[in-house]
Design a protein around this ligand. Structure first.
Ligand code: SF4
Length: 432
């Protein structure tokens, strides 16, 4: 369905609308048509008695049947429809093989630079002083460019969580920026302004900073440090070999624990490094529909769980993140099936923690998702502007998710710490 067709139809039915009113009605009509697989003509028939107010009310009721009556009207976000086909994600299968590799002069003799040269002999290699502009204008072309650099500032920080959310005391080291998977909900689509994959060559410096730091352990027995904020922790590990340095480092520091958070099955480095009780290998898990339809290029659930079994056997503990949980018809049955598959497959005494978080995104990300993945179904739910400026399901729907997921997970994995991620403090308290 084309944006101008929707707008033209709205102008035909309600000819005297100003710009803002046209925007709101077109947005509502578009989202209803997309979700219901229908046309504007089927939803809104011409009638000389129609007014902006009556049409908006009718459409809001149909677009937000759960929240229409209870949500404050300023929580419905109705931005201008701006769909550019040129922004659509490229979902054709291809290996990760950058066309251009930039290597900063200061790390040109590093082990990582050496491995990258051997891994991509057909790429164009360029040396840079770190000031050169790199990357593509288009986020979808980000894997065309690889930058091997020396990180100078951003080594270690407490997880920023989300403004006003209940934190869990997590700490982050940013080993890399950019990912080759295409999860439809990924915040990097909107956050990453340098459209390339960045990998630091000075991982030892990151680790040094850890020895000098004081950590908050939150509600866990030891402070937790992880690397999966701006990339997937393991997606490039066969190239970076970060795990080969991280595992022995943490094995020697049992008062801390480190988490690799991934959707990949790139566990060769971990297996080679040998296990460590205080290193947790974590997988994002989801319902079959989300895994298969919204997490493009990622391994399926069964493969992820098989990789988890292997790392557990090697001596690592396990973590799982049901994040984001997405509400759609049949979601409970599908999430229950994922939990059951985990229970049937995994050594459950090895699972250190499981987190649950519902789908949330910034306003800008919503527009990115609908442009990059116009066929998505993840935006069809009822998202409202929330306490931290992000968009979330309404309180009642989120409570319904947690009322279903938390008891199920706690019953299935009774010795595991199950907690909520980035939630409103009151909701987090109710389900802690
Ligand atoms: S695996 Fe993580 S970082 Fe990679 S695209 Fe998916 S959400 Fe983004």
């Amino acid at each position: 369905m084309l944006v101008h067709q929707v707008e033209q139809y709205v102008q035909q039915v309600l000819p005297a609308l100003g710009v803002n009113k046209l925007r709101e009605i077109s947005r509502l009509l578009f989202e209803i048509c997309k979700r219901e697989g229908t046309t504007p003509q089927e939803i809104l028939q011409p009638d000389k008695n129609l007014t902006f107010e009556s049409v908006k009310k009718t459409l809001l009721k149909r677009r937000y049947p759960v929240n229409f009556k209870t949500a404050a009207k300023n929580r419905f976000y109705l931005p201008k429809l701006e769909l550019d086909p040129a922004l659509q994600a490229d979902l054709s299968a291809r290996p990760f093989y950058p066309k251009t590799v930039y290597i900063e002069t200061s790390v040109k003799d590093s082990e990582l630079a050496d491995r990258v040269k051997k891994a991509f002999p057909l790429a164009e290699f360029k040396e840079t002083d770190g000031k050169t502009q790199v990357g593509s204008a288009n986020f979808s072309r980000r894997t065309d460019t690889l930058l091997i650099h020396k990180e100078k500032y951003d080594f270690l920080k407490p997880c920023p969580c989300s403004c006003g959310s209940a934190g869990c005391g997590y700490n982050l080291i940013n080993l890399g920026f950019g990912c080759r998977f295409e999860c439809e909900y990924c915040f990097l689509q909107q956050y990453q302004n340098l459209h390339a994959v960045l990998l630091p060559a000075n991982v030892d410096e990151f680790l040094q900073k850890i020895d000098d730091a004081h950590f908050n352990k939150g509600p866990f027995d030891r402070p937790r440090i992880g690397s999966g904020e701006f990339t997937d922790s393991l997606v490039f590990d066969d190239l970076t070999h970060y795990s080969q340095k991280i595992v022995p480092f943490f094995r020697a520091r049992p008062h801390l624990q480190f988490e690799f958070k991934t959707k990949s099955v790139n566990i060769g480095g971990l297996l080679e490094a040998g296990g460590a009780e205080n290193v947790v290998t974590s997988w994002s898990v989801n319902s079959a529909r989300i895994t298969n339809e919204a997490e493009h290029f990622t391994p399926g659930l069964t493969e992820r769980l098989a990789a988890a079994c292997q790392t557990a056997k090697a001596g690592y503990r396990l973590g799982f993140h049901f994040d984001p949980v997405v509400i759609y018809p049949g979601w409970k049955e599908e999430y229950a099936r994922t939990v059951q598959e985990m229970a049937d497959t995994l050594p459950i005494e090895k699972i250190a923690w499981i987190s649950v978080g519902t789908l949330r995104f910034s306003r800008e990300l919503k527009k990115m998702i609908e442009n990059r993945f116009p066929q998505n179904f993840i935006l069809d739910g009822e998202f409202l502007l929330d306490f931290d400026g992000k968009m979330r399901y309404g309180d009642e729907e989120r409570r319904e998710v947690y009322s279903f997921m938390m008891p199920l997970l706690r019953k299935t994995f009774p010795k595991t710490h199950v907690y909520l991620c980035m939630e409103d403090p009151q909701i987090a308290k109710d389900f802690w």
